[in-house]
Ligand binder design. Structure first.
Ligand code: MV4
Length: 447
């Protein structure tokens, strides 16, 4: 195991990693921006180093400064958390070239999966279901129209360099397809410097189901079952749960085994998430893979009893996975609400400011992963997520009841939060019935 690691992140996930390290006997070096200096989560590190001004591109995204801090702190490895540099293959490469293990997948795997078209090709090769569409990139409008004619409209034009909903255009007719290709291509070129596009049949109102996987450096790959993340608005997840409701055991098993196969096929190591969309008839299709630990990883920790951050550390330090697929259990139901500082009266825009008072719920099967407390000021410079409230109960019905109880118990004064919206979702008859797809929130909550 490592002696000391640097955490190239902030807030909730930095604290989560410090806690895991403390339990493993691994020392931690935290980095922070000037805006975060003095924050209480930094006190949980053995040492903290200020690496620059508040804007992330001058601190948390500045590779040279992070490497300087790693040298100063004399660490063995770097954990990137999520966001910031987590899926930057150049950063992973620099870390390893400088002699610091990057706690994540190989540079090759990040690049292979970061390109959505190549990820799709790998999935096909591994027999993982993909959405009907182009065999590779779109090379001309004429070719795209021929493919669309064959698979049928509506179709979705997607950027190879996209992901998380960026660089996508729906086309419902040949006329729209020309425009969609032009717009998606320009947007992708401007945002990613890569205008490559591919085509898929557009699946209307799908569920978003993702499978957690973890792999060691010896070819052992396990899936840790799935999470349903359909409760999102504008690609911001609000509620995640496991197991996915209203999904047959057969589909769940097949989807999760497909995810493990994709990881195996791509030579993937460390923790990752394979995203699928599931249609009304329970057909599931691979859409993309996230080469990082995700925000919602504790949902999986609760139902499997496996500490994902510790397991990341174990496999990154060159040890074998401490469990086999047959040992991975799935017990009960876990639900997570991402508590965001946002204003429901103004299109849910971020609502930074000082938390004057905060009362955190507790009780049986309740977990709150957060770096904030009464008196903490939520910075306008970073993500507006202030914490993740999780419950773990024997059944979904009990988990919903527990989460509703907790959300009502939660008191946050000084800033507005997503709590009222999450309460409304959890009390909606369709959510309670598990009838939820990616259009649910816009359809039911935005009136
Ligand atoms: C799709 C789709 C329908 N059909 N692909 C959005 C983000 C990116 N991960 C892929 N996304 C989608 N791809 C096909 N062929 C619908 C979405 C989609 C979506 C997917 C997952 C979670 C939320 C979503 C919200 C809107 C659209």
């Amino acid at each position: 195991m490592f002696k000391r690691i640097l955490i190239a992140n902030r807030g909730e996930i930095a604290l989560r990693i410090m806690r895991a390290c403390r339990e493993l006997g691994v020392e931690t070096v935290a980095v922070c921006s000037e805006a975060d200096r003095g924050s209480s989560w930094l006190e949980m590190a053995d040492r903290s180093i200020c690496i620059g001004p508040a804007p992330a591109n001058q601190s948390y995204l500045k590779i040279e400064r992070i490497i300087s801090a790693a040298e100063l702190g004399d660490v063995d490895a770097i954990h990137p958390g999520y966001g910031f540099l987590a899926e930057n293959s150049h950063f992973a490469d620099v870390c390893r070239s400088c002699g610091y293990e990057f706690i994540g997948p190989s540079v090759q795997a990040i690049d292979l999966l970061g390109d959505k078209n190549s990820a799709r090709q790998i999935a096909k090769k591994g027999g993982v279901p993909t959405v009907p569409g182009s065999d590779g990139l779109i090379t001309s409008e004429k070719q795209a129209k021929a493919i669309a004619q064959e698979i049928g409209y509506p179709v979705l034009v997607k950027a190879s360099a996209g992901g998380g909903g960026r660089g996508m255009r729906v086309a419902r007719s040949p006329e729209q397809l020309g425009t969609a290709i032009m717009q998606a291509g320009q947007e992708a070129e401007a945002a990613f410097g890569n205008g490559e596009l591919y085509l898929e049949k557009y699946i209307e109102g799908p569920r978003h189901v993702e499978a957690q996987i973890i792999a060691d450096n010896f070819g052992n790959v396990c899936h840790l079952w799935e999470r349903d993340c359909s409760a999102q608005r504008r690609h911001q997840k609000l509620i995640e749960e496991s197991p996915a409701p209203n999904l047959s055991v057969k589909t769940r098993k097949a989807l999760c085994e497909s995810a493990a196969r994709l990881a195996k096929e791509s030579g993937y190591t460390n923790a990752g998430t394979v995203e699928f969309i599931v249609d009304k008839d329970e057909n599931y299709y691979f859409i993309e893979m996230n080469a990082r630990i995700q925000v919602e990883h504790p949902v999986t920790e609760l139902v499997t009893g496996i500490d994902l951050i510790k397991t990341q550390m174990i496999v990154a330090s060159g040890e074998k996975l401490p469990f086999k697929q047959k040992d991975v259990e799935h017990n009960g139901c876990a639900i997570e609400c991402r508590i965001n500082a946002e204003d429901p009266d103004h299109q849910f825009r971020p609502c930074p400011g000082k938390i004057n008072q905060m009362i955190i719920p507790g009780g049986f099967g309740v977990r709150f992963d957060s770096h904030v407390h009464s008196g903490y000021t939520v910075s306008p410079y970073y993500d507006s997520m202030v914490g993740k409230l999780l419950v773990h109960q024997p059944t979904r019905e009990e988990a919903i009841a527990c989460m509703v109880r907790c959300l009502r118990e939660f008191k946050v004064e000084g800033i507005k939060t997503s709590i009222p919206l999450q309460l409304k979702i959890l009390e909606h008859p369709d959510f309670i019935a598990g009838k939820i797809d990616t259009g649910f929130i816009e359809r039911n909550m935005m009136k």
